[in-house]
Ligand binder design. Structure first.
Ligand code: ARG
Length: 568
């Protein structure tokens, strides 16, 4: 919450209450209505030391606060001590900071020298990039941007599903139905067909399962033929994923899929043995978690093949050793909640105290209004690339209709279409399920990505019409004294806090919802006041505000992973 106003209030309150300044800052709240003041200090916790009712404490403190340049008034309201800041200096100080820092406004270095590892996107090889990985990709990417803005070293890891029994099954399928040798010109559709067919076939002929296990053993043992076929599947799929990543503008610091841990798991298993955590159960090797009311984590199957969980144990250890992270975030859908509870429990039993730095960043399901499931085995997959292309196409239609002469129309259609998709994914708290409705997400006047982008473009166009100077020392901030204006400045001032909150809660929706709010107050200002007028001085002051709005909108969109076109 910290800004010079809060700092000053906190200094004064700390002095008279003997609390620490930082604690007072942390306790500060925003009153429910602007007429009640700008900041509120709750007096409840002081009742014990003061031996008084909180409302009496509020009164007593109010009498001791000194007003001045920043604090205009201190007023007890019930158990709260509310503060009114001096509007003129609040507007001036806030906007000066934004005008000076520009795109850096809101950034900080709280994360300096600390590393955050974000495990996100992680589609499965040899299957198409399904819509169910979109959420992880979009949420993870935004968390990556948000942490970077706070100065953290961020390692975005793509933990590709590139190992395990599905490859054995594919190889088997190719041996049955493939023509000639498996080569790199096989398409992902073909791989998918094979994948679906072998699953159906195994349901009818369970003995094929045994045959597939044989291939898995060969693969795990490094058999040349098996490895070569596996590599082809990986390469073909990855090329496909890469196209989607380019469309979405996503990058990773590390692409280390499950196969990366192939040679690291034996050491992990040794450590599990040393700690006495492994036992045999029905042929498999497990970590018993019954005491914690959970099914066991299976470390080795009865045929000694490793599993998803084994690889996750090795991956967590590797990441700790390599990055000594401040946080390790797994951006994975709610269906895997149990898996992560088991994983964290086992790491805890291995006595890794860093397990408390690991978080499963859960998100809910995404479905399309009007249907469209996403189960690969059944074959009714929604291809992410098709969805992206559809979004672009719909955006193109809207944009051409609105503004047929737009020069960079094609690029803008991409930015808006993809932006709409990203925003729709991020504008509700991530744990909620979302139902995707094309008409809604592309509505330019609803609470959507295009609405935020459009608002941004509108402020850009106002700026293009102004040629004056915007150095803070030359702007008369006193002219910005209307209530609509003040609401905008208050909203702008909260931006840095919102970034911190989004990072603390691993919740990009904080930024998305904040941007909607900023657009709402900004448009209220815009509808009430003419920005560019005959009055040159007033024009300059208002354009300064416009610049600040535009800067924060562009910055927030970037945190979400969206583009901010200057014309739309
Ligand atoms: N590839 C997995 C899936 O699609 C998700 C991987 C999540 N990350 C992890 N470290 N387990 O289900």
């Amino acid at each position: 919450m910290s800004n010079p106003f809060v700092e000053e209030i906190a200094q004064q309150v700390a002095q008279i209450t003997e609390l620490a300044v930082a604690d007072v800052v942390a306790m500060m709240e925003t009153p429910p209505k602007p007429e009640m003041g700008d900041y509120a200090f709750p007096c409840f916790t002081l009742a014990k030391t003061f031996r008084k009712a909180p409302n009496l404490i509020a009164e007593e403190l109010a009498g001791k606060i000194q007003t001045g340049d920043r604090i205009a008034q201190a007023k007890p309201i019930g158990p709260y001590l509310n503060f009114f800041v001096s509007k003129g200096s609040f507007v001036g100080e806030t906007l000066s900071v934004i005008l000076t820092q520009g795109a850096d406004f809101g950034r900080s270095d709280v994360g300096k020298d600390k590393t955050v590892v974000i495990d996100f996107s992680h589609p499965n090889i040899a299957k198409p990039f399904g819509i169910h990985h979109l959420r992880s990709t979009v949420i993870g990417n935004s968390l990556r941007n948000i942490h970077r803005a706070l100065g953290y070293d961020v390692v975005g890891v793509n933990h590709l599903g590139d190992w395990g029994s599905q490859f054995a099954k594919l190889i088997l399928a190719w041996n049955y139905w493939g023509e000639g040798e498996l080569t790199a010109d096989i398409t992902i559709q073909k791989l998918l067909e094979l994948y679906i067919r072998i699953h159906e076939e195994i349901e009818d002929n369970p003995e094929l399962e045994e045959e597939a296990r044989g291939w898995l053993r060969r693969l795990e043992a490094g058999d040349e033929e098996a490895v070569q076929m596996w590599q082809i599947c990986v390469d073909v799929s990855f090329k496909e994923f890469d196209r989607v990543y380019q469309m979405l503008g996503i990058e990773f610091e590390s692409i280390a899929g499950e196969s990366f841990y192939q040679d690291k798991m034996s050491a992990t298993l040794e450590r599990l043995t040393e700690k006495g955590l492994l036992k045999k159960s029905e042929g498999a090797t497990i970590v018993d978690l019954e005491k914690w009311d959970m099914p066991p984590l299976i470390a080795l199957r009865s045929d000694d093949a490793t599993l998803y969980g084994t690889r996750d144990l090795a991956a967590a250890e590797y990441r700790w050793e390599t990055y000594k992270f401040e946080k390790l975030l797994y951006v994975v859908d709610v269906a895997q909640s149990l898996h992560f509870k088991q994983l964290f429990k086992v790491l805890d039993l291995m006595q890794y105290d860093w397990v408390k730095k690991c978080t499963h960043v859960v998100f809910g399901r995404l479905s399309f209004k009007g249907g469209g499931g996403a189960s690969t085995r059944k074959g009714n997959v929604v291809f992410l690339e098709d969805v992206l292309n559809r979004a672009i196409e719909l955006a193109r239609e809207i944009i051409t209709e609105k503004n047929p002469d737009l020069l960079e129309g094609e690029q803008i259609a991409q930015d808006v279409g993809i932006g709409a998709l990203i925003f729709a994914d991020l504008d509700s708290r991530r744990a909620r399920d979302i139902v995707f409705d094309w008409d809604e997400v592309l509505n330019f006047s609803g609470e959507t990505g295009p609405y935020v982008q459009y608002t941004h473009a509108r402020y850009c166009s106002m700026l293009r019409r102004f040629e004056g100077d915007l150095s803070p020392e030359n702007v008369d901030f006193e002219r910005l004294n209307e209530s609509e204006t003040l609401e905008v400045v208050k909203c702008l001032e909260r931006y840095p806090k919102q970034i911190q909150k989004a990072a603390d809660e691993h919740e990009p929706s904080t930024i998305a919802l904040y941007l909607i709010e900023l657009c709402t107050v900004a448009n209220r200002f815009y509808n009430a006041h003419q920005v560019i007028s005959e009055d040159a001085e007033l024009t300059q002051s208002r354009v300064a505000l416009v610049y600040a709005i535009k800067t924060v909108l562009a910055s927030g969109l970037a945190l979400l992973g969206m583009k901010a076109p200057e014309r739309m």
